[in-house]
Write a protein that binds this ligand. Sequence first.
Ligand SMILES: [Zn+2]
Ligand SMILES: [Zn+2]
Length: 188
Amino acid sequence: MGRCAKECRLANVCFELLLTDHPPQNINRLANSPAASCFVVAPLCWRSSVRNMTKEYTGKCLCGEVQYTADGPPIVVAQCHCEECRRLSGTGHTVGAMFVLDAVSVSGKLSEFSYSSDIGSEVTKVFCASCGSPIYGKNTRLPDHLTLSLGTMDDARGLEVEVVIFERDKPHWDQLGEDVVSFATQPD
Ligand SMILES: [Zn+2]
Ligand SMILES: [Zn+2]
């Protein structure tokens, strides 16, 4: 394991090999290799090396009480089919954009709910206290980060799902695109 030469924000798990200029389709092809645990991070490195354009994203809940701004680009956009995300969303998956904590500011009254993940980290889901829209999630596994619910964003143009996790738990009635890196659960 090398460190990411391009200083991606999750640098400590990056392979030098994957930092060059692999387009996403090559990353897909390599997803079954022993280095699979690096694949979530590798597209991020690749992304951060080509997406230097910064953009401010804004969003709000259903009732409008909670609003946020986030300085992008996000680190990654991920779709999760885990049971908790399914119940949280009331549908087959959540889609979230991960940012460093400092890049996001949120206003309005929030409520939260925490639980333990499979690997023992604590996950906290944060909602609008009035209308219940899921605004963001946090995980003690990556303490300086949060993941905004993409559906609350006002304009998510330019963002796409880059990785699917907990594909194992996907209900049969939820469709999945073909050209996406997916993991049965999550990478180590
Ligand atoms: Zn609300
Ligand atoms: Zn999930």
